[in-house]
Write a protein that binds this ligand. Structure first.
Ligand code: PLP
Length: 380
């Protein structure tokens, strides 16, 4: 049995050892330099671009490396707004559609653009399982809508949206479509040959056993005229993301996207869910039973806060989360769970468990036993 049990893969992941062996920390060249060291560094980036594109079934030219998921979301949203305003300086105020359960990288970007008086936006509600209300989504489009941004899979409850249908609807309305696939990438198939209506897609390296500091935005070739850079400078990444590239982290992102993933994760997930719900009275599952990320468990308790469970498990050597890492310390409760209809107290009484690939089943058996003992001792 491993000493410390890490079960918070949605927050971040361990560097995969083979990825760590493959990356080249001593290749120091600037990828923009013409001489050998530069060309070598550029080769490493181009190789990573090819590997990421292979995983997404897309053209490598459509992959723009960024510093991570937050920047990719910002580039997609701000980039589309800036491009629109540049091309139509005297036009109406653009409108964006998103959902109530997006990551703060999307929600706070929309809020900021609204505060700058550059856009209006509507957040479409979700049902009790976190699925976007399709009727409300369709109703949200108006003649000023330029972009819809709906996450592929939720970081707190693992709900997987029907991106094929949502992106198709956006295109039928003549609107660009972005999806935040930071949690979905490498945990489920993403085939951009099939998802023909997705124009922009965000991913992040540190969520897939790479290194922090690299992510990517997929930009479909015909959507390129509709997006402007948000970081300007030397014109790297086809002019869409200036700045000397983080070669090492980009290399790691490329190799990490090729890792063979654990196909049995969803079985372990279901085993833990069933055991907790059966063994610990008053517990319930947040999010759906199907169409859920294979590594995600989100459990609600009747009599103990998520924070207390997290701290007590930590003392026993187990790392889980009381929600999204970005929201930890958020005493108002999780915006995702509130949007799904939970009360404030219910949204504070939850833990998120996200299982790394190849976690031994006995670690998860220990997790259930420890949670049971924490909850039972609390009752006494
Ligand atoms: N989007 C989602 C759904 C996430 O879960 C996260 C990180 O938790 C991000 C965006 C931000 O990614 P990064 O940490 O790479 O900036």
């Amino acid at each position: 049995m491993s000493e410390r049990i890490y079960l918070d893969n949605a927050a971040t992941t361990k560097l995969d050892p083979p990825v760590g062996c493959l990356i080249s920390p001593y290749k120091f060249g600037n990828p923009s330099s013409l001489y050998r060291e530069g060309r070598e560094a550029k080769g490493l980036i181009d190789n990573a671009r090819r590997l990421v594109a292979e995983k997404l079934f897309c053209d490598p030219h459509d992959i723009i490396f960024t510093s991570g998921g937050t920047e990719s979301d910002n580039l997609a949203i701000r980039g589309v707004v800036f491009s629109y305003i540049k091309r139509h300086p005297d036009s109406f105020k653009p409108h964006i559609i998103s959902s109530t359960i997006e990551h703060k990288a999307v929600l706070n970007t929309l809020k900021d653009l609204k505060e700058l008086n550059l856009i209006d936006y509507d957040l479409v509600p979700v049902d009790e399982y976190g699925f976007v209300d399709q009727e409300a989504y369709i109703d949200a489009f108006n003649s000023r809508t330029i972009l819809a941004s709906i996450m592929m899979a939720n970081n707190e409850v693992g709900t997987i949206q029907d991106i094929d249908s949502l992106s198709r609807i956006a295109h039928e309305k003549g609107v660009l479509f972005h999806t935040d696939a930071v949690q979905a990438f490498c945990k489920m198939e993403i085939d951009l040959l099939k998802l023909k209506h997705v124009d922009f897609l965000s991913i992040s390296g540190h969520k897939i056993n790479g290194i922090k500091g690299a992510g990517a935005l997929y930009v479909r070739y015909y959507a390129k005229p509709s997006i402007s850079p948000i970081i300007t400078g030397g014109g790297q990444e086809g002019g869409l993301r200036s700045g000397t590239e983080n070669v090492l982290a980009i290399e790691a992102l490329g190799y990490a996207s090729m890792i063979v993933r654990d196909k049995h994760l969803s079985k372990l997930r279901d085993m833990v869910i069933d055991d907790i719900l059966r063994e610990i009275p008053g517990t319930y599952l947040n999010g759906p039973k199907t169409n859920r990320l294979p590594d995600n468990i989100n459990i609600g308790f009747s009599n103990i806060t998520g924070e207390e469970v997290v701290m007590r498990l930590d003392a026993k050597g187990i790392a889980v989360s009381a929600g999204s890492a970005c929201n930890s310390g958020e005493l108002s409760g999780s915006h995702v769970l509130l949007a799904m209809g939970r009360t404030k107290q219910e949204s504070l009484n939850c833990v998120r468990i996200t299982i790394p690939d190849w976690t031994p089943a006995e670690d998860l058996v220990r997790l259930v036993l420890e949670i049971k003992s924490i909850v039972n001792n609390r009752d006494m």
